[in-house]
Design a protein around this ligand. Structure first.
Ligand code: ADP
Ligand code: MG
Length: 736
């Protein structure tokens, strides 16, 4: 990837947690990780290698050892990123590492202890403090969402029925990139509210899991904060900047054991490995810079982080390590992973006036509500003027913001009160008026009652409007409004100083790292040899040094090769297992499912490129339902089935019995009692007497049927009839 002016690399920092009690009591003393904070280096000792083997050294943007404070990490490595988000950049922080190395500790920490609060709560503080201190011409809207990816399914953690909600789908928008469809997003007005959102999500995460640690080590948690800021630009128009912050706590990076597991567990392990190896492949492809294809689409995680890796975002990766010797393999894998990520180049840019800014919508809605309120105010003023005969003057304060809402509300209240009193007075006057007839009085009183009712209704509507206006407005945070404490200035200074120190140490480290590289290069240039002997000595020393380096690199190559072989073997194993399962399924299909059923199913299968998987088409496609209905011939108008003109006439005439049974489905129940006349032998004896048709229950039935046939549209109880009628009206239109 070519470096251009606006590109910057992913910042990678490494943090090592202290040895825990179990590890201390288990292994030999001391960990295998050493850190040089000044140089930003991690030195790793292989516990299985002979002491002569050189230790492995990795250099990062910053390293944090077991004694590091949460605050240090935040101020030095996270604060600049959050500042960028507040300025309208996209930002991502993700914690990567083996389970139990401190990812969650780094991201969330212990909430109760201010010293141990992690990146997320500190970011909340930072964002809201920034807003309260900014200038009053800025308006902010802060939103938060929380989701997790578990077994390649995206789940909304803020959805109240998280447990049985279906998985959400990813969608792509050419303007805004990949997003999660139907994800809950909460507008937050304070630190407390956003913390509440976080807690709700954490609880939802814990509820679904039997073992929280087990679950969290197998799922990725993404907390998303969107900060929208509107500020008048030099052109006088309000411009909106949108910063999106992704705070990601990844699943444990250790390879999920797959030996001996089958079925669901195997699938789970394969899926967890999939997203992490997809992440690894994306990082490798980006770091390599030569590969034209970056496999973002291989997993949900990489699709969601697409912008953060090689796209429009500033990214910080925190790789967490454990110091215990038994985890050497995982530790070195993590370090290699992190080392590769350093080379990724991003192209962050400020998101200015994006199309999907919610703040713009909010501002428009508020303006609309305010206009409505003003209109009401104007109307009530006019009424007042009519009633009181007072001249109404425009206040001229209609455009002023601020206490507008309250003022309007107060005036409206006053107007309603006055109006009520007036109506009450008039009612009294009517009651007291003897010249009026009782009827007239009643009518007038009724009228006044109605007017009062209208008035109350109007007041209610006004109250609702004001409430909506207030609710909308309260969602927007205005800069500079919430300053209450006097210590603010001092605190601000303190923070600035802290920032400066962090910045300085960052620069110092960078310089040290550069110096180290340059030292090697310039040493030989500066060297002048007085004697041959000296030159030989110096060159031998250098040769030794280079030889050691060569050995190191050779060992590294060997290691990487070994790792490749290992992961290849694992992939092959997975492939074998999956093939076996596939064969098993084929066996079932071939032997136990009738071919026509199989074909039916196969015909319903379609590939969804958006989701990257096969899906069933619904049996009756929702949109084609109405099309099918429209295909009915026009001869069926109003009838259950097509009837010829001749038949219709015949029905109308009631002549031929052949047509009596038309539309028999609509016949009402025949409630006539069964014919239980005793057998009259005398009637039988007289063969000339035909049974009287006129009195038979069949006649009644036929009559009903006929009357129905003649007025088919009057039947309303059947839903099919309704749709038929609709079809009837729709068909000519469709035919044209
Ligand atoms: P992960 O999320 O990576 O699985 P956790 O954050 O749950 O790991 O950390 C495992 C344990 O280690 C927790 O008890 C946590 O308090 C502790 N721990 C992790 N990092 C640190 C640290 N830097 N300092 C002190 N304790 C830590
Ligand atoms: Mg965790």
């Amino acid at each position: 990837m070519s470096k251009n002016k606006s590109s910057e690399s992913v910042k990678v920092v490494v943090r090592c947690r202290p040895l825990n009690r179990r590890e201390e009591s288990n292994g030999p003393a001391g960990g295998i990780v050493q850190m040089d904070l000044r140089l930003g280096q991690v030195i790793l000792r292989n516990p299985r290698a002979p002491p002569s083997e050189p230790q492995k050294t990795f250099t990062f943007d910053a390293v944090y050892d077991a004694n590091s404070k949460q605050r240090d990490l935040y101020d030095e490595s996270v604060r600049p990123l959050i500042d960028s988000v507040l300025a309208g950049f996209n930002g991502t922080i993700f914690a990567y590492g083996q389970t139990g190395t401190g990812k969650t500790y780094t991201m969330q920490g212990a909430w109760m202890d201010p010293e141990k609060r992690g990146v997320i709560p500190n970011a909340f503080d930072h964002i809201f403090t920034h807003i309260s201190r900014s200038q009053s011409d800025k308006q902010y809207l802060v939103r938060a969402s929380y989701l997790e990816i578990y077994r390649e399914e995206v789940r909304d953690l803020l959805d109240p029925n998280h447990g049985n909600a279906r998985a959400l789908e990813l969608r792509e928008n050419p303007d805004t990139g990949v997003y999660v469809q139907d994800l809950t997003s909460c507008v937050c007005k304070s630190i407390k509210e956003i913390e509440e959102v976080m807690n709700v999500g954490n609880q939802a995460r814990a509820v679904g899991a039997t073992d929280m640690n087990e679950h969290s080590s197998r799922s990725h948690a993404l907390f998303l904060i969107t900060v929208e800021c509107s500020q008048p630009g030099p052109d006088g128009r309000k411009h909106i900047r949108v910063g999106r912050l992704n705070l990601v706590d990844l699943a444990g990076s250790e390879r999920q054991a797959k030996t001996g597991v089958q079925g669901e567990r195997l699938k789970e392990a394969a899926k967890i490995n999939l997203s992490l190896s997809a992440l690894g492949n994306v990082i490798s492809a980006l770091a390599d810079g030569r590969s034209s294809h970056v496999p973002y689409r291989d997993s949900k995680l990489t699709r969601l982080l697409q912008d953060s890796l090689g796209g429009n975002a500033k990214t910080v990766m925190v790789a967490t390590l454990g110091p215990a010797p038994q985890h050497y393999d995982e530790t070195i894998t993590t370090l290699r992973y992190a080392n590769r990520a350093k080379n990724i180049q991003n192209q962050p840019k400020v998101n200015e006036d994006p199309k999907d800014a919610l703040l713009r919508e909010f501002q428009m809605e508020i303006a609309r509500l305010r206009a409505q309120l003003n209109h009401r105010k104007w109307r009530s003023q006019q009424k007042k003027e009519l009633v009181d005969g007072e001249g109404w003057e425009r206040d001229g304060d209609e455009d002023t913001e601020g206490e507008e809402g309250e003022e309007v509300e107060k005036e409206a209240e006053e107007y309603v009160k006055q109006e009520e009193q007036r109506l009450e007075r008039e009612k009294e006057a009517i009651r007291g008026d003897r010249s009026l007839l009782a009827e007239e009085k009643q009518r007038l009183l009724g009228e006044k009652e109605r007017m009062m009712g209208d008035l109350r209704k109007e007041q209610e509507a006004a109250e609702q409007l004001t409430a909506r206006y207030k609710a909308m407005e309260s969602k927007l945070l205005v800069g500079g409004k919430n300053i209450i404490d006097h210590t603010n200035e001092q605190q601000k200074m303190l923070e600035m100083k802290r920032n400066e120190i962090a910045e300085q140490s960052r620069r110092e480290r960078e310089m040290q790292q550069q110096m180290l590289v340059q030292d090697d290069e310039t040493l030989e240039l500066r060297e002048t040899f007085t004697s041959l002997q000296q030159e030989v000595e110096a060159k031998t020393k250098k040769l030794k040094k280079l030889y050691a380096k060569l050995q190191c690199i050779k060992a590294e190559i060997q290691d990487v090769n070994d790792e490749h072989v290992r992961s290849r073997q694992e992939l092959e194993q997975t492939q074998n297992e999956l093939t076996r399962e596939l064969k098993f399924k084929y066996l079932i299909i071939e032997n136990f499912i009738p071919p026509e059923e199989k074909n039916k199913i196969m015909n319903r299968l379609t590939f969804d490129p958006e989701e990257d998987q096969w899906k069933f088409q619904p049996l009756v496609p929702a949109e084609s339902k109405s099309l099918q209905m429209k295909k009915r011939p026009t001869s069926a108008v109003g009838y259950k089935r097509p009837i010829s003109q001749y038949a219709r006439v015949a029905i109308a005439m009631g002549a031929h019995s052949r047509y009596r049974a038309e539309n028999i489905m609509f016949l009402e129940l025949d409630m006539t009692p069964p014919n239980t006349a005793s057998l009259d032998r005398s009637a039988e004896a007289d063969p000339n007497q035909s049974p009287s048709l006129d009195n038979s229950p069949t006649k009644d039935r036929v009559r009903k049927s006929r009357s129905w046939c003649q007025t088919p549209k009057s039947i309303t109880s059947s839903s099919s009839n309704v749709s038929l009628a609709a079809c009837h009206t729709a068909t000519p239109a469709a035919a044209q």
